[in-house]
Design a protein around this ligand. Structure first.
Ligand code: 5AD
Ligand code: SF4
Length: 446
């Protein structure tokens, strides 16, 4: 028996992408009314959720070894007459639900990304050891409908508008684990955005695996226009985008809508046309470069970010060099780069010419040296400029505040008076690879 008056402890471990970070926050919120408060320690938790990611290599094995560690806590707690419900959520749950239940009896519940709104019920059932233990097949619409509006942590928030993917890049598990592309209805998105604005959120990042493929009763550009009209919302970002969904209207909006931040995360994956074709990316290098030059023509200062995979099956040194050349030509303000990891069930896993681990490591090393240099250069280029910074909290040192630049840089600056949510001018005086710093600019009196 659980007593509703006793606070229960919830431990959530999040692996992988922003979508999972967002989902973990939603799970936390949906469980809060049941009396669950977050704890940082798994050993004294009544409920543990591992929100898993299937994209990276050995993800599944990591989950099993974590379950092994949790089982020891669970047994100790059982000896003390206390319970521990172990729940596996996220993409590994979706892809391998039955297998997890078979291989790891310590797991009480496996729940796929479409069923998080059912968590309270499922957890109650698991605690009573009755009913179904597997629930991974609810529709995306139900999920969006049933989750409460997220309580914002502060002045920035994620807003999920689209899920799933129909692109089927040959290396990727998302189309299998997250299912078909689905857009949340426009009215729901706008209602949530207004509610976030009312709670003090100033910057919204729209989320989706293919966010710019949004079609929830309006085009993505129309949605951005509607969001920009909401009082209180000062800054809008979106991720992750696919190059083939960068419409002329969307590109043009980057030149005309001041609330749309000068930052774009646009994965390119490779600079080689042959590899892009084998990846089923549906675009080539020239197409990507064309988007970038059109964006820069109307928004010269735009900060670009990307995802790149090295060592895709069959990638030669020359083809890797094409990726390096694309990076040299485009220049990125930040980037995520990965060694290709074979995901069972995806077409690329069965391709001939898998690249050796050694070659992948060498290529990643070379690529990252270039990307890190570009990131440092982008940050250094801000020194001497005065940037509008959204204040998000106190800085590390006394007398310092922390915030975000329009280019998604982390900014530390000297000031004591700015409040969270203010947008203040900061004169940038120094930079590192990962952040910039400066001082609050004071308006000179004439
Ligand atoms: N191997 C390596 N990187 C991958 N990604 C997705 N699947 C794989 C894989 N099998 C990377 C892509 C994607 C990012 C989220 O993760 O670059 O854009
Ligand atoms: Fe995966 Fe490609 Fe879809 Fe992105 S666009 S989620 S990489 S299949």
């Amino acid at each position: 028996m659980t007593d509703a008056r006793t606070p229960k402890r919830l431990f959530i471990e999040t692996y992988g992408c922003q979508m999972n970070v967002y989902d973990s926050e939603r799970m936390r919120d949906v469980l809060q009314p049941l009396g669950y408060a977050v704890t940082e320690k798994p050993d004294d938790a009544d409920l543990v959720i591992l929100n898993t990611c299937h994209i990276r290599e050995k993800a599944t094995e990591k989950v099993y070894s974590e379950i092994g560690r949790l089982r020891a806590h669970k047994e100790r707690r059982a000896a003390e007459g206390k319970g521990m419900t172990i729940t596996i959520a996220g993409c590994v749950a979706q892809a391998e639900g039955e297998e997890i239940m078979r291989r790891a009896p310590a797991v009480d519940l496996v729940v796929g990304p479409q069923a998080y709104h059912k968590l309270p019920e499922l957890i109650a059932r698991a605690a009573r050891k009755t009913g179904e233990r597997l629930a991974a097949d609810f529709t995306a619409q139900e999920k969006f409908d049933a989750l409460p509006v997220r309580a914002p942590d502060g002045v920035t928030a994620f807003l999920s508008i689209q899920e799933g993917c129909d692109k089927f890049c040959t290396f990727c598990v998302v189309p299998y684990t997250r299912g078909a592309e689905f857009s949340r209805p426009l009215a729901d998105v706008l209602a949530e955005a207004r509610s976030l604005a009312d709670k003090g959120v100033r910057e919204i990042t729209l989320l989706g695996q293919n966010v710019n493929a949004y079609h929830g009763g309006a085009s993505f550009t129309e949605l951005l226009n509607e969001l920009a009209a909401i009082p209180g919302i000062e800054r809008i970002r979106y991720m992750t985008s696919h190059p083939i969904e960068m419409t002329d209207e969307l590109i043009a909006l980057h030149g005309s809508e001041p609330k749309l931040m000068p930052y774009l995360h646009l994965p390119v994956q490779s600079g080689s046309d042959r590899i892009l074709k084998a990846m089923n990316r549906k675009h080539d290098g020239a197409f990507y470069r064309d988007i970038i030059s059109r964006l820069r023509a109307i928004r010269p200062d735009i900060a670009l970010s990307t995802d790149i995979i090295v060592g895709f099956p069959g990638e030669t040194e020359k083809e890797f060099e094409a990726t390096m050349q694309l990076v040299r030509d485009v220049t990125f303000a930040s980037a995520f780069s990965f060694k290709y990891a074979s995901r069972p069930g995806t077409p690329a896993a069965a391709m001939v010419g898998q690249v050796s681990e050694k070659a992948k490591t060498e290529r990643l090393h070379q690529l990252q040296a270039l990307l890190f240099a570009q990131q440092s250069a982008f940050n250094a280029a801000q020194v001497g400029r005065t940037l509008p910074v959204l204040v998000t909290g106190d800085g590390r040192k006394p007398g310092q505040k922390h915030g975000r630049s329009p280019y998604l840089q982390s900014v530390h600056f000297t000031d004591t008076t700015a409040q969270n949510g203010d947008i203040v001018d900061v004169r940038i005086t120094a930079s590192t690879q990962n952040s910039i710093s400066g001082e609050r600019a004071v308006l000179a009196l004439a």
